[in-house]
Design a binder for this molecule. Structure first.
Ligand SMILES: [Zn+2]
Length: 278
C-alpha cells in the first residue's frame, strides 16, 4: 500500500484497479479523513449499507487523477530550457497536466463506477487515516470456542492489482463448452446484490449472477446459474480472482488458548471497523 502524500488529514493512495475514464486510467485518489458528518451517515438506520458507503466515499474522496504525486516531472533547468526553445507559450506547456477530477458532484457520480476491490481499498485507507492502522477485533476459535481479541496492522494487508483496468467485460469458455460473458463488479452491482434477498444457500449464486451478463445465448439469471455444473462455476469463480483487483482480506488467526490456526476473512463492513470499542 502506497502512501504518497501527507498533509493535514489528506493523503494520496494508488488504487489497485483505477477508473478508466476518457482514455486515461485514474489510479490515484486523495482522501480526507472521516469527520462527524460521515460518522452520522454510517450510523444512520433504515439506509441501505451500499448507499451509505457511496455517501461516505463521495464525501471523503478529494480527487481522482491519472498522475500521482510521485510522478510529477522533475524541475530540471535543462529540460525547462529545451521546452522553452520549442514553445512560444512556455509557462503553460512546460509541465504536462494531469487529468484531475476534483468536482464534488462528478466524484459522487463516479463512486458507484469504482470496482468493489477499489471501494474496499478506499474504505480501508479511510480507516487508516482516520483512526490509525491498528485494528482490534473480537474473534472466536473454531476449535476450542474460546473468545479472544486480536489486532492487525491494516497497512500489512496485501493488495492485488487489476489485470486490465481498461475493460470491465470479458468472455470465458467453461469446461462444459458454454461461453459466458462476465463483468468486473462495481458499486452498481454491489448495490444490486445488497437489494437481493440473500440466504445462506444461494449467496454464491447471487455473487456470480451480478458478475455474469450472458450464459451461451441466454441472459444470465440466478436460476440459470444454479443449473451450471460445479466445474463451470469453479471456473467462473477462478476468473473473478484472476480479473478483479483489490485487497486481500483473508488473515491467519492463531488461538492463544489451543494454538489452532485458522484462516478468517476480515470483515471491513462491520460497524466496529469505524466504531471500535477501544
Ligand atoms: Zn482455540
Amino acid at each position: 500500500m502506497d502512501i504518497l502524500d501527507s498533509r493535514s488529514g489528506e493523503q494520496g493512495f494508488e488504487l489497485p484497479c483505477g477508473l478508466f475514464k476518457d482514455g486515461k486510467i485514474l489510479k490515484h485518489v486523495i482522501l480526507k479523513e472521516i469527520t462527524g458528518e460521515e460518522e452520522d451517515i454510517l450510523a444512520a438506520e433504515d439506509v441501505n449499507g451500499i448507499i451509505k458507503l457511496n455517501r461516505v466515499l463521495g464525501n471523503c474522496i478529494v480527487s481522482f487523477s491519472d498522475v500521482g504525486k510521485e510522478q510529477k516531472p522533475p524541475k530540471n533547468d535543462n529540460a525547462k530550457k529545451a521546452i522553452d526553445a520549442s514553445a512560444s507559450n512556455s509557462d503553460q506547456v512546460s509541465i504536462p497536466l494531469a487529468n484531475i477530477i476534483s468536482d464534488k458532484q462528478e466524484i459522487r457520480n463516479l463512486v458507484p463506477e469504482l470496482t468493489i476491490g477499489d471501494r474496499i481499498f478506499i474504505l480501508l485507507c479511510l480507516r487508516i487515516i482516520s483512526l490509525g492502522e491498528n485494528f482490534i477485533f473480537d474473534t472466536e476459535c473454531s476449535k476450542c470456542k474460546k473468545s479472544f481479541k486480536r489486532s492487525i496492522d491494516l497497512t500489512t494487508l496485501p493488495t492485488k492489482e487489476m489485470k486490465d483496468p481498461t475493460t470491465l467485460l470479458y468472455s470465458l469458455e467453461l469446461p462444459s463448452g458454454k461461453t459466458v460473458k462476465m463483468r468486473v463488479a462495481t458499486g452498481k452491482e454491489e448495490l444490486i446484490l445488497s437489494k437481493m434477498k440473500i440466504n445462506a444457500t444461494d449467496i454464491m449464486t447471487k455473487s456470480l449472477s451480478i458478475r455474469t451478463e450472458t450464459v451461451g445465448n441466454e441472459e444470465a439469471s440466478v436460476l440459470l446459474l444454479k443449473k451450471l455444473s460445479l466445474k463451470d462455476r469453479n471456473k467462473m469463480r477462478d476468473s473473478i480472482d484472476k480479473y478483479e483487483g483489490g485487497v486481500e482480506t483473508e488473515i491467519e488467526i492463531e488461538c492463544p488458548e489451543c494454538g489452532d490456526v485458522s484462516v478468517s476473512d476480515l470483515d471491513i463492513g462491520q460497524s466496529s471497523f469505524f466504531f471500535p470499542s477501544e
